[in-house]
Write a protein that binds this ligand. Structure first.
Ligand SMILES: *Cc1c(COP(=O)(O)O)cnc(C)c1O
Length: 437
């Protein structure tokens, strides 16, 4: 048996744990047995992860966009503990509870005004599945099942389940493995790179033409607003999002915005869609929703979407996960949002943006670097060639920083509570990686 450790582990215990892990446990996008090591984290506090041997690392990843307040936060811990004393979970079929209602009130109040109905999902991928299902049911309910395809842009990432994979980028996503079983959607090219880039009329015309050509079979449009995350860490100008809203309105399509990565201030606005001052018909939230404490996501929709679905033949939204609206997750999500709004998160994100911009910019001149870009609390160095993950991770570890590059991308999205010094440290580790290429 592996002892349940609260602090450090002996080298023998650590090696035994890692040996079992290597042979038996899947990690994200990894083979078994593992070909590269995983690092044993035994605790985390503030913005630091502690390894089994006592090494501390500044977390540059916020556990994949989620841990915006850092780890082991007293207020978030207290929210979980208080809820735990009442009930850890209860089914949501035929039952409701205060933690869910309180969170729903908060999210309906905080998201763009037209979004009034909320579905609690148990992961981001499921929230996107629900959004797709809502979009398809919306048309089926109106007797128009032929409107069953989605328009999206290349370079997107929306999750790992089959419905979601079908709208992920067809090249860097998983289409090549599952091509024969994925739904066939309509892909526009990625918008030109650059938050501040002047709108490209030829691209806008291409988008409009594609939508018009397929309008008879389209149900909706799904994109990540402003920042495309795991599909390539690309930023695009708000003008393109406004154009998608107009195209959706022109053809009666539902606009689905996947804010799972961009939500809760990461891009410098509370929601990615705030940059363009547009509201979606359906919005997906996840990742930072619980401050990185637990898995929970949500899909919000307008009165109209809910009304049409409910008045259709099925009469109900056909979805209901076992752990729907889990009370522990809902309680910590409410506490996380309260904490976020109680602090000057905009100033924190702006400060991170300023530091990443000034510290990363010089890397643009390095021979192995194709591009450097920063938006909000997101910093990206794009290499010319795919990086050797193990080699570059070692460089980051030498700098006392946890980073997890993929493909050509060396990127960070630090917890908002990083001090200026800690953010500078993360940028220094990224620059050292770029120098090592
Ligand atoms: C991470 C992510 C998802 C999937 O969320 P999971 O909780 O990992 O299932 C979906 N969409 C976007 C934009 C994401 O960044």
């Amino acid at each position: 048996m592996i002892p349940l450790q609260l602090g450090r582990m002996s080298p023998t215990e650590t090696e035994r744990m890692l040996a079992f892990d290597r042979e038996h446990i899947w990690h994200p996008y990894a083979p078994i047995p593992a070909t590269v090591p995983v690092y044993p984290v035994v605790s985390a506090d503030g913005v630091r992860l502690t390894l089994a041997d006592g090494t501390e690392l500044i977390d540059g990843m916020s556990s994949w966009w989620a841990a915006v307040h850092g780890y082991n936060h007293p207020r978030l811990n207290a929210a979980v503990t208080a809820q735990l004393g009442k009930m850890a979970h209860v089914m949501f079929g035929g039952i409701t509870h205060p933690a869910a209602v309180r969170l729903a009130e908060t999210l309906v109040g905080l998201t763009p005004e037209p979004l009034t109905k909320i579905f609690f999902a148990d992961s981001g991928s499921v929230a996107v599945e629900v959004a797709i299902k809502m979009t398809l049911q919306y048309w089926r309910s109106q007797g128009r099942p032929e409107r069953h395809r989605l328009l999206t842009i290349r370079g997107g990432y929306h999750g790992d389940t089959f419905g979601d994979m079908a709208v992920c980028d067809p090249v860097n996503g998983m289409h090549h493995i599952f091509n024969d079983v994925l739904a066939r959607h309509v892909f526009a090219p990625s918008p030109p790179l650059g938050y501040s880039a002047a709108p490209d009329q030829a691209y806008l015309d291409e988008l409009s033409a594609l939508a018009a050509a397929h309008a008879h079979e389209l149900a909706g449009i799904i994109v990540e607003p402003i920042v495309q995350g795991a599909g390539g860490m690309r930023f695009y100008a708000p003008e393109y999002l406004r154009a998608l809203r107009e195209i959706a309105d022109e053809h009666g399509l539902l606009l689905v915005l996947d804010e799972i990565a961009t939500g809760f201030g990461r891009t410098g606005e509370l929601w990615g869609c705030d940059h363009a001052e547009v509201a979606p018909d359906i919005m997906c939230l996840g990742k930072a929703l619980t401050g990185g404490y637990m898995t929970m996501a949500a899909t919000l929709c307008t009165d109209r979407v809910a009304h049409v679905i409910t008045s259709g033949e099925a009469g109900v939204l056909m979805h209901g996960p076992t752990y729907m609206a889990n009370p522990l997750a809902a309680a910590v999500a409410s506490a996380s949002i309260e904490l976020l709004l109680s602090r000057d998160w905009r100033d924190e994100v702006d400060t991170i943006e300023a530091i990443l911009t000034s510290e990363l910019s010089p890397a643009a001149d390095l021979p192995g670097v194709a591009d450097v870009r920063v938006l909000g609390a997101i910093g990206v160095i794009e290499a010319r060639e795919p990086v050797d993950v193990q080699a570059v991770q070692d460089v980051a570890m030498d700098h006392g920083v946890w980073l997890r590059p993929f493909g050509k991308l060396i990127y960070a999205m630090p917890p908002y509570v990083c001090t200026e010094d800690e953010t500078t440290h993360i940028a220094a580790a990224m620059t050292a990686i770029a120098e090592s290429l």
